[in-house]
Design a protein around this ligand. Structure first.
Ligand code: GLN
Length: 535
């Protein structure tokens, strides 16, 4: 069995637990350990697929088709892992299986209770991941939510039991906290952290390591207080202020001795880390020679977290193109009025229309796509952005008046985008889209073939609608080229124009496969076109 490292958060949400969990993992990986990650989400949803991005940030899709939260993106990108559905445990999943077992009669004669039945189910799920990853040394388990939340209590109790059942040197508990400096007091205040630790202790859990987020590093004085009142050794308190890039977080912790403390707790030999590779990437990111600004046209423009994988993929593509990529969010609704502010678009070096759902802002997006295509602006359309590019072309080039996706207009005469056939009989919304990694065959002599340098690619999907096969011939006759198709040839996956190398779009979501050292080919191509166009 692997060793377990648990990561919990205190006081406030939004501290960056996903980044800290990834930083813990990176510190182990860099010392030659194999790791994997579980994320516990104490909400009642089965997964994040049905949540509004406003509330929960983007939905991240894994290769095996799970719809998970943004943290899975952090893990996959920072740790170069390919995660699976079973690595997300939610309260909803746990209760659903216990209740189903009760109905089957698995507990006949017994009263079914939170302890032991729910906690047993939680432990079983953690152990299952451990068993399915036989080659790993450490399984890191991030507990979502904040200490004190009612929802997380069964999980903390399960962790207490697991720690009790495991040799001491085979588990570690890391607490992420927030140390504030009220402006009028000009002094770091550790008391809330002390209370949080006491609350944790009342549940039978004492942290081995405390990481303090805040505007600045902990002072010696603050550190001493935490050591004294929170029952942790002096070498186990670390600072993590806001950094120039989150990629630096693992290194920043290790420079304070984090890696050696973790090695000491887990009874590993104290190997020193060589951060050169990671530092090189950061160096490239921060010292890029070029700078470009991309407009992301969307609906959730108020919340940058809704498009985090896209932002990251643009950043990775920037690193490889020696370019700093700035991102600005534009609400498409302003492009639906009589006077469309198209001149504003010319301020940007490239335009990206991302995935989306529903009718709000759609006409504005279509207007923007038309402007981008006609003016040969560097353009990348993703999923909904791909579908609306087809709608735009059908309307404006193929004279299919009011052509549309049936997601927005069910009665259109030209349903160029329509429900996937298998979707007609599906009524449940959870986990029922076309999801996960699928192979896409790429036509020779196409832009996509050359960017992947291959006859195929495997990319992740999340959609219910697709190009309606009835219209493919008409669209292609007018110059739209579907260069990527599913293996059976039925589903259109990429589009490009022969006379315009600046315009590309994908039905899949390439951003979910992008890593700092391995940028996604469509994003890399997009940024290189942006640069060329600028020059
Ligand atoms: N709403 C579209 C569909 O369901 C696009 C989905 C997306 O952009 N992820 O097919």
């Amino acid at each position: 069995m692997p060793k377990y490292v648990f990561v919990c958060g205190a006081l406030i949400s939004g501290l960056g637990k996903g980044i800290v969990t990834s930083s813990v993992g990176r510190n182990l990986q860099i010392r030659g350990k194999k790791i994997n990650v579980i994320k516990i989400d104490p909400y009642l949803n089965i997964d994040a697929g049905t949540m509004n991005p406003f509330e929960h940030g983007e939905t991240y899709v894994t290769a095996d088709g799970a719809e998970l939260d943004v943290d899975f993106g952090h893990y996959e990108r920072m740790l170069d892992l390919e995660m699976k559905a079973e690595q997300n445990i939610t309260t909803g999943q746990v209760y659903l299986s216990v209740i189903e077992a009760e109905r089957r009669g698995d507990f006949l004669g017994k009263t079914v209770q939170v302890i032991p039945h729910i906690t047993d189910e939680i432990k079983a799920r953690i152990k299952k991941v451990a068993k399915n990853n036989k080659d790993i040394d450490v399984l890191i388990i991030e507990v979502g939510g904040t200490i004190g939340d009612i929802e997380s209590q069964p999980f903390l109790e399960a962790i207490r039991q697991l720690r009790r059942e495991t040799p001491k040197e085979d588990t570690a508990l890391i607490l992420l906290t927030y140390v504030m400096k009220p402006p009028n007091l000009k002094e770091l205040k550790t008391k809330p952290t002390q209370h949080a630790v006491r609350e944790l202790q009342s549940m039978g859990l004492t942290p081995d390591i405390i990481i303090a987020r805040g505007e600045q590093d902990l002072t010696e004085e603050a550190k001493e207080k935490i050591v004294m009142f929170c029952d942790v050794p002096a070498n186990a308190v670390f600072s993590l202020p806001d950094l120039d890039t989150v990629l630096r977080a693992p290194i920043y912790l290790d420079k304070q001795g984090f890696g050696s403390t973790l090695n000491w707790i887990l009874n590993y030999e104290n190997v020193k880390a060589n951060w050169m590779e990671d530092e090189k990437i950061i160096e490239k990111l921060l010292n890029a020679e070029n700078e470009v600004t991309i407009a992301i046209i969307g609906k959730y423009t108020r919340l940058a977290d809704s498009y985090i994988s896209i932002k990251e993929a643009l950043m990775h593509a920037g690193i490889a193109n020696n370019t700093k990529v700035n991102v600005e969010f534009i609400s498409s609704e302003r492009f639906e009025t009589e006077e469309k502010p198209f001149h504003e678009l010319l301020k940007y070096d490239g335009i990206l229309v991302p995935g989306g759902f529903g009718s709000r802002g759609v006409e504005g997006k279509i207007n923007i796509i038309k402007f981008a295509r006609e003016n040969k602006l560097p353009f990348l359309g993703v999923c909904f952005g791909f579908q609306l590019s087809v709608v735009e072309f059908a309307r404006n080039v193929c004279n299919m008046d009011k052509a549309h996706t049936t997601e927005v207009d069910e009665k259109t005469l030209y349903p160029v985008i329509d429900l996937l056939p298998e979707q007609h009989s599906i009524h449940k919304k959870g986990g029922t889209m076309r999801l996960g990694a699928h192979k896409v065959l790429l036509k020779k002599d196409s832009i996509f073939h050359s960017m992947y340098n291959s006859d195929f690619c495997v990319e992740r999907h999340r959609h219910r609608y697709e190009v309606n096969p009835q219209f493919i011939q008409d669209l292609e006759k007018q110059g739209l080229h579907f260069s990527g198709k599913s293996e059976d040839g039925r589903r259109m996956e990429t589009l490009e124009y022969k006379d315009n190398p600046n315009f590309i779009a994908t039905q899949f979501h390439p951003e979910f496969n992008s890593k700092p050292k391995k940028p996604s080919p469509p994003y890399y191509y997009f940024i290189s076109r942006v640069l060329k166009n600028k020059q």
